[in-house]
Design a protein around this ligand. Structure first.
Ligand SMILES: Nc1ncnc2c1ncn2[C@@H]1O[C@H](COP(=O)(O)OP(=O)(O)OP(=O)(O)O)[C@@H](O)[C@H]1O
Length: 250
């Protein structure tokens, strides 16, 4: 097999989508992400980022075009496997944590896949180790800090051993230490990552490649450093580096 034939983690082709109320959110999105890549998905409010993400695990179904996850097209008869392959960490960890203990929350997905006993325990420990939360396994999630809950939410998804991890605004509401800790975790993971964010420095820090979705189409796809140095592009799509950000860091 040559490189060109390698199976992409994510392959979106010509994806268009119109909400039932007639509002068209995506107008032919093309995006290919290779295994192990970390890609930032940037774009202004209302650009279609959430709509695109909701197609990756079949919450929304392509009006036109297709989505493939490691070679498998998202379709009605494989949604369980697609949802194992695509782990989405939503912005609010409380959307994902609902069991009495951290361990039970992280075990929930793999138990649904049929894992039991020592195999399940090992899977949970592995996921908690990846996010540095093993010592909190028996604690109720609602007793943890926001940053710790976000790490547990990441663990619930990693416990499924996904092919692609989608992080929706991972740095939101984190203090500087929490931000740095999560960045270290993300960098240590070997999984393919698609990171939806308005936090351009965080994208720069974690994702070598960035794409800009605007008005329902991908308008840029380049090394993050180059993309963020394009002031015209940023201005045209309402993307702003923080005040005082030192451009020589680009
Ligand atoms: N359920 C819905 N019904 C109709 N239109 C919707 C619905 N959800 C989103 N939209 C519209 O689709 C477009 C894309 O929205 P989407 O939420 O995907 O953008 P986004 O890039 O995630 O924005 P943000 O950065 O604000 O989260 C917007 O015009 C939005 O108003």
């Amino acid at each position: 097999m040559t490189d060109g034939d390698a199976i992409a983690s994510l392959h979106v082709r010509d994806l268009a989508y119109r909400y039932p109320d007639g509002n068209q959110a995506l107008f032919g999105v093309n995006l290919r992400v290779e295994r192990g890549e970390r890609v930032a998905l940037l774009g202004p409010n209302g650009a279609g980022k959430t709509t695109l993400v909701m197609h990756l695990n079949g919450i929304l179904r392509a009006g036109h075009g297709s989505v493939e996850i490691t070679g498998m097209a998202v379709a009605d008869d494989n949604l369980m496997e697609i949802r194992r392959r695509v782990g989405i960490v939503f912005q609010d960890p409380d959307d994902q944590l609902f069991m009495p203990t951290v361990r039970q929350d992280v075990a929930f997905g793999p138990a649904n896949l049929g894992l039991r006993g020592a195999v399940l325990d090992a899977r949970v420990d592995e996921a908690l180790d990846l996010v540095g939360m093993r010592e909190y396994a028996e604690r109720p999630p609602h007793h943890l800090s926001f940053g710790q809950r976000r790490r547990v939410a990441v663990a619930t998804v990693l416990a499924m051993r996904p092919d692609i991890l989608v992080l929706d605004e991972p740095s939101s509401n984190l203090d500087p230490a929490g931000r740095r800790e999560l960045a270290e975790i993300v960098r240590s993971l070997e999984v393919t990552i698609l990171m939806v964010t308005h936090d351009l420095p965080y994208a720069l820090e974690l994702c070598p490649r960035a794409t800009v979705l605007s008005g329902g189409v991908i308008v840029a796809d380049a090394p993050t450093r180059e993309l963020l140095a394009d002031t015209e592009l940023l201005a045209a799509h309402r993307l702003e580096l923080p005040f005082g950000f030192d451009p020589s860091r680009l």
